[in-house]
Design a binder for this molecule. Sequence first.
Ligand code: SAM
Length: 276
Amino acid sequence: MINTNQILQKHNIRLTKSLGQNFLTDINIIKKIVEAGDISASDLVLEIGPGIGAMTAELSKSAGKVIAVEIDKHLIPALNETLGCFSNVSIVNADIMKADIDELVKDWTGPLKVVSNLPYYITTPIVMMLLEGDIQWDTMVFMVQKEVAQRMAAVPKTKDYSSLTIAVRYYSDPKLMFTVSKHCFIPKPDVDSAVVRLKKRDLPYMQDIDKNFFFKVVRASFGQRRKTLLNSLGSQPWLRGGKDILRQALVKLGKNENIRAEELSIEDFADLVREI
Ligand code: SAM
């Protein structure tokens, strides 16, 4: 196991809070994250934000290849030292939001898995970019803030069920794997964390639905989640036919007029979009 404090001191690294630099120091948690990805020699792993490489080293023992994309150039010399002995690791100094991921992964013919202890300041943009983008991933394992993991893997009729849940479920089967105490990091973050696994899925019943309109409806429905669907979605100026059409659609789908967004499954939203 890499000694985080020693490496930080040796390379005179000052951690940057604004880049979400909270490094995992618990080898058991690192091993559990790698296990959650069920990684084998046929897999290419894209790791976002390797830090000083503690998880990268474990990933490289199971994966065929690891591409680790780190934004902070001050960490690159430390990564070169900690990962120098792993021939299947490539370190890329780039912002994952700007990197050409297609180009990075294009030569690999096996499954692509994304594994990351995500920088928390940019969790949702990174997750949405990967979900909505064109790269052909198989599984993604993310450590995120506990509340975000709960929202990603939520089920209907709970307070965590949100438009993020629907977006995640649109592309994947999410599973909350385990929670991680803030004491497992240097420096200690303000919040506890959790690991969530997303397995890619196809949605045959969504094929006839316009994706942009679907998400417009979902966002408007959850926009004012305390209101009934008739009052949140029904009051949108762009909804042709307004509340009347929506009321008719709900009746047709056998739903109560006073239903709220959090009571609808992703399949219910798909049916609703077909009706309105
Ligand atoms: N993987 C390491 C670990 O588990 O100990 C570090 C995780 S730390 C929570 C997040 C890492 O992401 C930091 O090393 C940070 O510099 C890096 N990072 C932040 N924003 C990034 C971005 N836009 N693109 C790539 N890496 C980024």
